[in-house]
Design a protein around this ligand. Structure first.
Ligand code: PEP
Ligand code: MN
Length: 339
């Protein structure tokens, strides 16, 4: 980081700043200008609060050089992470990962029907909610443990990894027993206790972007998980809250190239939650793949009009099948593989 001293900073003040920095293990390099002195400080600033320096006498500003997230950053790891999610499926490699399934697991019959159809269409990971984080406490909250079993059975039957959300620290062990990938939902992106808990497991984590979070807040959330030892984090752009109400959220296409620049973690796109309408899922899915996403998460339901949750944004199996064929062309055009 760089410490910019005030124009009238005294030699005593400059030495005092250097002394504190050195106490924290920094190497300091003061550069004396005609009017100002700036101090270059090289070291690990995790133990030091920037305010500690900023509030010292004679200091004008402190400018960090390195990103506040370390393990998630490209500064420490240049090559793209490829995450093994089981059953021979990876996320982040040349082959695109397609997570598909209903919003919520409603019954074995429903989940089996949808899972078989999405597999047939070329999806490689099953998704479904057993614990549902609903905006209303009166809405369907999920089948919980029974839902996990239903999902597990389908994953085994079809030889596909399963991804499901965990919403509470008390459920992490249970969900980890069944799931191949644990999902942290948008509403929990900054639930730091939950992030730390899933960070202690060895399961890949799908980390959705928070409802109105910045890229930095999102990558700091990934850092929470990774700092506990679990570096298998997959980012998922699912739209953010803006002033626009025509769609459920606003899909941030830029998040894909920006995350590729800042982080080595794979990123997938969820056009279902981003738009809230089945009509917009296909164009956004295509745009995301064209922009370099490593995969997609798409809600599919055999009977969307009867779905317990998110029916309006769910694709029918036939529509999903058509979309996969169209996406295959786009994947090829950007040098990726889909089907
Ligand atoms: C979901 O994937 O079903 C879900 C609730 O998503 P989000 O956390 O992005 O709203
Ligand atoms: Mn949903």
């Amino acid at each position: 980081m760089i410490i910019i001293m005030k124009d009238n900073a005294s030699a005593k003040e400059i030495v005092a700043v250097e002394k504190v920095l050195e106490e924290y293990g920094f190497k300091t390099h003061p550069i004396e200008g005609e009017k100002k002195t700036i101090i270059g400080a090289i070291g690990d600033k995790r133990q030091l609060s920037m305010n500690q320096i900023l509030l010292m006498s004679g200091v004008e500003n402190v400018v960090p050089i390195m990103k506040p997230y370390k393990l998630a950053s490209k500064e420490l790891q240049k090559e793209q992470s490829v995450i093994d999610v089981g059953y021979g499926v990876t996320v982040g490699g040349n082959k695109l990962a397609v997570f598909a399934g209903p919003c919520a697991i409603e019954s074995q019959e429903q989940f089996t029907t949808v899972s078989r159809s999405v597999k047939e269409a070329g999806a490689n990971i099953l998704r479904g909610g057993a614990f549902k984080p609903r905006s209303s406490p009166y809405s369907f909250q999920g089948l919980e443990g029974e839902g996990l079993e239903i999902m597990y059975n389908s994953g085994k039957e079809l030889g596909m990894p399963i991804c499901t959300e965990v919403v509470d620290t008390r459920d992490v062990d249970l969900v980890a027993k069944y799931a191949d990938i644990m999902q942290i939902g948008a509403r929990n992106m900054q639930n730091f206790k939950l992030l730390r808990e899933v960070g202690k497991t060895n399961k890949p984590i799908l980390l959705k972007r928070g409802l109105a979070s910045t890229m930095e807040e999102w990558l700091m959330a990934a850092e929470y998980i990774m700092s506990e030892g679990n570096e298998n984090v997959i980012l998922c752009e699912r739209g953010i809250r803006t002033y626009e109400t025509a769609t459920r959220n606003t899909f941030d296409l830029s998040a894909i190239p920006v995350s590729k620049e800042l982080s080595h973690l794979p990123i997938i796109a969820d056009p279902s939650h981003a738009t809230g309408s089945y009509k917009y899922v296909a164009p956004i899915a295509k745009g995301a793949i064209a922009a370099g996403a490593d995969g997609l998460m798409i809600e599919v339901h055999n009977c969307p009009e009867k779905a317990a949750s998110d029916g309006p944004q769910s694709l029918k199996p036939e529509k999903f099948n058509t979309l996969m064929k169209e996406l295959d062309l786009i994947a090829k055009a950007v040098g990726r593989e889909l089907l």
